[in-house]
Each structure stands twice: as C-alpha cells, then as structure tokens.
Design a protein. Structure first.
Ligand SMILES: Nc1ncnc2c1ncn2[C@@H]1O[C@H](COP(=O)(O)OP(=O)(O)O)[C@@H](O)[C@H]1O
Lengths: 290, 384
C-alpha cells in the first residue's frame, strides 16, 4: 500500500551522487544544473501564468522527486518541468488551460525564439508530451501529491522573530532559489526556511544594523530544533550553486548581492535567477524518446 | 560500488495493479465506473473505481486528482478508505474499501423502519467523518445520501471526494456551483464564493431532515426554485437572520414567507433533534453550527443512545447479492446532478477561517490522524 517505500522522499547528499541520471553518464554537477534550469523554467512560466507560489514550489518538488526515479537521458528536463507545472496546477487547484499553458512554456524554454499557439504542430507536440508524461509522473510520484513547503515555516518563523517585512521578503525569495536545488529531498521545510533567513541576514548586514535585529543571535534556531551545521550546509550549497551557475553562464556578473537586491522590491518576480537568460539547450519534445 | 537503486514508478504501479483482480461492474457515476474486485492474496473485497478517460485536451481528470489527494490525507473510520491507486494506460484506478450499500438505498427502502436511535447513529457517524475532513481543511462539497456509503458492519463512511478541496482561505474564490442542488446551501445559491465548512453542514442538515421525513426535504426543480423552496420551508431570511445577505452577488428580492412551525412537519422528532437540525440549517453561514459543535450537541448525549452500527436497519438487496442486472442497477443509481463544477482561476492569499476544534466527545473511537499540514498555512502568498 502507500506505506511501501515508494513514498519515502527522504534522501541523503550521497544519494544525489548515484541518481538514475548519474548511472547513465550525467555528472552530479550537470544533473544539478539541469534540475535548476528546469525549475527556472517552472518559475518563469509560473510568473507569466500568474500562478500561486505554492504551485511553482510543488512543481519543483515533483520534478526533483521524478528524477530520483528516472533519468535526464530519457526525459528532457524541460519536458518534465512543463509536465510537473501542469500537474501542480491541478493538484494545487490553480488550473490553467493547455491552450494558454503551452505557448508560455515554449516561449520561455526557447528564450523567446519560438511560438506555439494552439493549432500549430509545435503546440500539438508539446501537448502530447505533457499528457503522456503526466501519467508517468504520477506513477513516479506514487500518486503522492501533498507537499509541505518551507514557505509556511518561514511565515511562522518570521512572525515569532518579528522579522522586518523587507527581510521576510528577501528570505522568501531565497526559498524560491532553494527550490531549484534538490534541497527538498534532503532537508525539512523548516530547515530550508531557517537557512533562507540566515542567508538573508548575511547579505543584508551591510545596510542593516545588525544590533537592531533580535534574531541574529541564532538562539532561535535551537528552539526550532534545527542544527547550526544543517543550516550552514544549506547556505553553503546555495552559495556554491550561485557561483557555479554564474561561471557556467559566463555572462554578466550575477552575484548574490545583485540577486537579492533584484527581488527585494519586486515580490512578483521573486526568483531572480529564474529571470535570467534561459539555457542554451533547445528543448524539443521530440528529444523525448518513445 | 553501489548499484543505483532507482525505484521505477512504472514497476511499482504494475506491481500494485497485479495485486488486485477486477470482477464485475458495480455501478457507474458521473466520472467513474466502479467494479467489484478483490485483493488476490488476502481475498479482501474492494471497489475499484476506474476514472473515465478525461478529455484528451486536458489530461488527467481533475476530480480524480482531487479524490486521490483528499483520500490519501484522510484516515478515519467514517471516511472511505483509499487502499491503493494505480494507473492503466491513461486511466486512473482507485482501489477503495468495498462498501455494501449507501444511505440513499436505506432511506428509499420503505420496508425499513427507522427508530430515532438509528437516525442518531447515522448522524453521529456522518458528523464524525465530516468533522475529520474539516479538521484536515478539506471541504467535501457534494454531500448527499448516496455519498454516505455503508459497510457490512454498519459503519457509515463519507465517499466520493471528486469535488473535495482545501479551504481555509477566505480570499480564494471557489465556485458556487457545487453540491447537488437539493443539498446546496443558500449562500451558494446566492452566488457566494467564499464559503467554508458551513456548506457541508447545510447539506448534512438536509440529510438529517431526509432521514426524519424519508423524502428529500428541499427538492427544488431549478436553482431559483431551490431558493424559493428553501424560503417556503424555512421562512424568507432577513438581514437580521443573516447579516451581509444583501451583499451577496445575486442580490436579494424574494417573496416573504413566514417561518413555519417545524414541529408539525417533523412530528415525532424530538426537540433536541429539531434544535440540532435547525442549527445546521441556519441561514447565516457564520452562525451555522460546525461539525465539531454539532457532535457536542445535547441530542447526542440525551437518550435514546445511538444504535450500534451493526444493529442498524439495512436494505435486503445489496450490490453483492445481485448476480443479475447489475448494470441496470448501476444505471438506475447513476446520479443526475448537474456536474457544474467549473473552477478556473484562483488567486492566492492567506485566510483565517477555522473549524479546527478538538472533538472531545468522551467516547470517541476516532483514530484521528493529524493532518500532515495545516492546509491553511500553505495557502500563503508572498508576504509583501
Ligand atoms: N467503495 C465502493 N464499494 C461498493 N460500491 C461502490 C463503491 N464506491 C462506489 N460504488 C458504487 O458505484 C457507483 C458509482 O460510484 P461513484 O462514481 O463514486 O458515485 P456517484 O454515483 O456518486 O457518481 C455507486 O453508486 C455505488 O453503487
């Protein structure tokens, strides 16, 4: 029944070094990047489709879980991103019609180079991929579609710490970036929320008087029962990822500081990195075997 | 070197499918065909609900996704158990506990005599199941007698969660076209989209009345007539009965009907039963009793004590007993409600309605599984 191990979504960092994709030739780094690109697509499309944050976050979790059961070789990350988002729209009660959904996905997946209005061959190709993959996704998820997110934990923490609104917003945006990494497979939503607060305090220390912030002494973390080392791990992972992503992009500098400044005042476009140029791989549904 | 231990979704799915054997068709609903089946090893009887292929333009059926999502979260003796799920090609199959009959069959079987204690027992089980849903932040949205299934041991179970969805967020507009018309709350008929568990309570109040009367209580022929039917039966509400009434989308210009004496229609019903029913059928949704409160109502404490489930009256003809004519039976029982479900775009926001009280009825046998999350807390938008 459901208790069978199939709905155990708790993994270790070691597990990420022996995923299905790694076993068929992907390096762990490339997999991480592909997952992140897929999540960026999810976030860009979500913004355009005005989807609730919870819908995009669930889509990312579905994607990370999917690739613990399937390979990037067999399933292009953009195909899975599209399917996960489409499915999350259903499971989170924020339905979108494929007629509106597909053109948006194609637009962002192709960096604005391609259009796929209903009736075109491109549209039909995507439609058949999404509908076929939807069932495979649901099977891989073992029909488990209830996800707990760090967002709720952040709201609770922010309230108990009386965090200033501006910082809460910043932390909220870091969570969006956390969703792009497979953190949800390893850490609890609360740990991720804590890490996003810590990261916020790190990058905002220059323009905020540290002394005025009661929550900087980290005593609250003990109350939240999240170990300091867990939080450091998450923070470091995210910082490494930003650095690696910046290198791989080889475009203008997009450091952390930039990044947070970017979304501190634009809540709607929170995932700053997702707004960055799309990757070069052209996603074609035909790259999906079968 | 570790072999990557990828557990393939397809394999698990095939394995699940192979555990069950489908036997014959039991019935057909709006979006599903239900088969009798059994678990091959344990011989446990199951109902296999095969979701009809959704329209190929939008993939997997929303009702099926809702039902799976809701039932996986709910574990309660008075909620149907979802044992397994598997897909076959693009069909979803829900493996449910097998339940012999339903409350509609019981009500319609005129050879059965209901004692007040029997009605109390059904109401208690129904409210316990509903209270559990509401505490898990789920609205059923389609309560009616044939969605209360009855097990062979007499336990009543809420079923058919195809319209169920999370609530707790007052800002999210939901469709007002839910719940089969006769059981639809007045605020829904007037176009309210910010409803809560109170709509399920209204429906439950209608079912209560139907158990007492043995015919549907508020059976209007159209949505408009439904309101007139309600007003004739219960008196036209005033702004006093229902503050905010005039602000509902449909406006409010209805003929004034006086509030009739209920005791006449429901003769034989005890005062405490009528009091509870009236609280469930209160116009103002905010003032309407909650499931948790209803379970605390004196009706359930006063004598007679509720009948033990195993001793409740049940129809002689049950699905399993019928070897022949299952299909026509299924067709007869097919529901004709207008499936006017049409949610489309929802905004997100944080809400604060609350139904989450502890039940605390001393002798509760409920194995209350805690909801995995306070649904409401997930319904948050960016903090800005
Ligand atoms: N768990 C079950 N056990 C036995 N029979 C069931 C079960 N679930 C449904 N049925 C039968 O299948 C019919 C169709 O089911 P369903 O689609 O859920 O309901 P509805 O008739 O409300 O659309 C029901 O009326 C009932 O006869």
């Amino acid at each position: 029944m459901f208790e069978r191990q199939c709905t155990d979504w708790q993994f270790t960092r070691e597990d990420l070094k022996r995923t299905p994709s790694v076993s068929c030739g992907w390096t762990a780094e490339r997999e991480e990047l592909d997952r992140a690109k897929a999540c960026s697509l999810i976030y860009s499309a979500s913004r355009k489709l005005q989807l609730p944050q919870i819908t995009s976050a669930s889509a990312c979790v579905f994607l990370h879980r999917f690739f613990m059961r399937h390979t990037l070789k067999e399933y292009h990350h953009y195909n899975i991103a599209a399917t996960c988002l489409f499915f999350a729209c259903k499971s989170e009660e924020s339905l979108r019609k494929l007629d509106n959904f597909i053109p948006v996905i194609v637009y962002y997946a192709s960096k604005g180079n391609r259009k796929a209005p209903p009736g075109t061959a491109e549209f039909e190709k995507w439609r058949s991929v999404i509908l076929r993959t939807e069932v495979i996704l649901l099977q891989a998820l073992c029909f488990d579609m209830v996800v707990n997110h760090p967002h709720a934990a952040l709201i609770d923490l922010a309230a108990s710490l009386s965090m200033p609104q501006r910082l809460t917003q910043m932390a909220w945006n870091f969570i969006a970036d956390c969703m792009r990494l497979p953190l949800c497979l390893i850490y609890s939503p609360k740990a991720i929320a804590c890490a996003s607060i810590v990261l916020t305090t790190k990058v905002s220390s220059s323009d905020l008087s540290r002394a005025s912030l009661g929550f900087l002494d980290f005593a609250w973390m003990e109350k939240a029962k999240i170990s300091r080392s867990t939080i450091d791990e998450i923070v470091q992972w995210l910082l490494d990822f930003y650095a690696r992503e910046a290198r791989s992009r080889k475009t203008t500098s997009q450091g952390v500081a930039d990044h947070t400044a970017d979304h501190s005042h634009t809540p709607a476009s929170s995932p700053g990195s997702a707004a960055s140029p799309m990757p070069h791989v052209h996603p074609s549904p035909s790259s999906d075997p079968k | 070197m570790d072999v990557p231990q990828a557990i393939l979704g397809e394999e698990i799915n095939k394995e699940t499918e192979s555990l069950y054997k489908k036997e014959k068709k039991l019935g057909e609903g709006t979006y599903a065909v239900v088969y009798l089946g059994h678990h091959i090893k344990t011989k446990r009887k199951v109902g296999i609900k095969k979701i009809k292929l959704g329209n190929m333009r939008s993939g997997l059926d929303m009702s099926a996704i809702r039902e799976v999502k809701a039932l996986r979260e709910l574990r309660h003796p008075n909620v149907i158990e979802l044992i397994d799920v598997f897909s076959h090609k693009t069909n979803l199959n829900l493996v449910l506990e097998f339940l012999d009959t339903d409350l509609e069959n019981v009500i319609k079987d005129k050879s059965l005599v209901f004692m007040p204690a029997d009605i109390k027992s059904w109401m208690m089980m129904a409210l316990r199941g509903l209270d559990h849903c509401h505490r898990c932040w789920l609205l059923h949205r389609d309560l009616k007698p044939n969605n209360f299934l009855i097990a062979s041991d007499g336990q009543l179970k809420l079923a058919d969660f195809g319209l169920a969805r999370e609530f707790g967020d007052v800002k999210r507009a939901m469709t007002s076209q839910t719940v089969t018309r006769w059981y639809r709350a007045p605020e829904l008929l007037l176009g309210a989209t910010n409803y809560t568990g109170s709509i399920d309570i209204w429906a439950m109040g209608c079912v209560f009345a139907e158990l007492l009367l043995r015919v549907p209580y508020l059976s209007g022929e159209s949505d408009l007539e439904q309101l007139t039917t309600i007003f004739k039966a219960r008196g036209t509400p005033t702004e006093d009965d229902w503050p905010g009434l005039s602000k509902l989308p449909m406006g409010f210009k209805f003929e004034k009907h006086p509030r009739p004496a209920f005791a006449e229609l429901f003769h034989g019903a005890s005062d405490d039963a009528l009091d509870l029913m009236n609280r469930m059928l209160t116009y103002n949704p905010v003032a309407r009793i909650t499931a948790a409160e209803a379970l605390q109502h004196p009706y359930f404490r006063n004598s007679p004590r509720p009948t033990q489930p195993a001793k409740l009256p049940r129809p002689k003809q049950e699905y399993v007993a019928e070897e022949e004519g299952l299909d026509s039976d299924g067709a007869r029982r097919k529901r004709h409600y207008n499936d006017a479900f049409g949610d489309d775009v929802f905004s997100d926001g944080k809400g604060d309605s609350a139904v989450a009280h502890r039940e605390g009825s001393g002798h509760s046998r409920d194995q209350d599984a805690q909801p995995t999350a306070k649904r409401m807390d997930l319904r948050i938008s960016s903090p800005a």
